[in-house]
Unconditional design. Structure first.
Length: 290
């Protein structure tokens, strides 16, 4: 078995967990690869004996599993590197909340043992893809959580003319608009008041950011629909962010958003559900009346 490891090298808590993971894998029949930043981190800090043959070529690599050691941001980075390679990802949480990276450090080795014994389940997660009408190239034009359209300056709102399946729907006067997946419903979209969706839902979310109309609410649409956006801004440009990867575009650039033609496969422990995450991490449904 071949396993590729990605990690958040900005968190000191990563080090003991990563060493624990590598020590465990060294006792198994497993080939271990490392993302370049993580490899350089291990070498620079003399944390582990590894060699150059273990560096991942992110443009062209294959493995049986990818492991993300960090938080949800690290998981999103891992998903961007995996892309359409159909490689399952296990998220080990060394961050704070952890909805994608939901395996705690304490349960890490048990989850990895489950992979080796094929004792796990896979959840397929839908992605969004975006095309700029003027051909502007976007770095990795896919998003597992959300595509954010935001004002580029700190002063005035933007106008976002929104068309769904060819039908003009609404012009959002707001600081921005999120087009989110069910996976992203517990991320940025949730923080601006969007509803929660189970990961298996065949939907997308349109969630305005600081809408200047009190009667405009988040909207749930089928994930078979296409979303076309045209932005008007006093500054003449706007910001697009795909899972945190940000680009500034001129307002003349229109966007076409739809479901990607591949999914990301997330490794989950047996007998652990999305609702467990809601209860444990968001205290969802917690009754404090006792």
């Amino acid at each position: 078995m071949k396993i590729a490891i990605f990690g958040n090298t900005y968190r000191e808590a990563l080090i003991p967990r990563l060493i624990e993971l590598l020590d465990f894998l060294s006792t198994k029949v497993v080939d271990v690869l490392f993302e370049r930043d993580l490899f350089d981190f291990l070498i620079a800090n003399k944390l582990y004996a590894i060699n150059n043959d273990q560096i991942i070529d992110t443009e062209n690599f294959q493995c049986d599993f990818a492991m993300s050691v960090g938080g949800d941001g690290t998981f999103l980075k891992t998903a961007a590197s995996v892309g359409n390679r159909d490689i399952p990802i296990l998220g080990i949480n060394i961050g704070r909340l952890g909805f994608l990276a939901d395996i705690s450090g304490e349960n890490m080795l048990m989850a990895v043992e489950g992979i080796l014994k094929k004792d796990y389940i896979l959840e397929e997660r839908t992605l969004l893809t975006v095309i700029a009408n003027d051909g502007t190239p976007l770095e990795m034009p896919y998003a597992l959580n959300e595509i954010s359209i935001l004002k580029q300056d700190s002063s005035s709102m933007i106008s976002i003319h929104t068309t769904l399946n060819g039908e003009p729907m609404h012009t959002y006067q707001a600081d921005g608009l999120l087009v989110a997946t069910p996976t992203g419903s517990t991320a940025y979209s949730m923080s601006v008041g969007g509803p929660l969706l189970v990961p298996q839902a065949a939907n997308f979310l349109l969630s305005p950011v600081a809408s200047h109309s009190l009667n405009v609410r988040p909207l749930v649409i089928p994930d078979t629909w296409v979303v076309d956006l045209e932005v008007k801004s006093r500054s003449g440009c706007y910001q697009i962010s795909l899972d945190g990867r940000t680009t500034i575009l001129p307002e003349s650039t229109k966007l076409h958003i739809q479901k990607a033609n591949f999914t990301i496969k997330v490794v989950k422990q047996m007998h652990h559900s999305f609702f467990d995450n809601l209860k444990n991490k968001l205290m969802w449904g917690l009754d404090k009346r006792n």
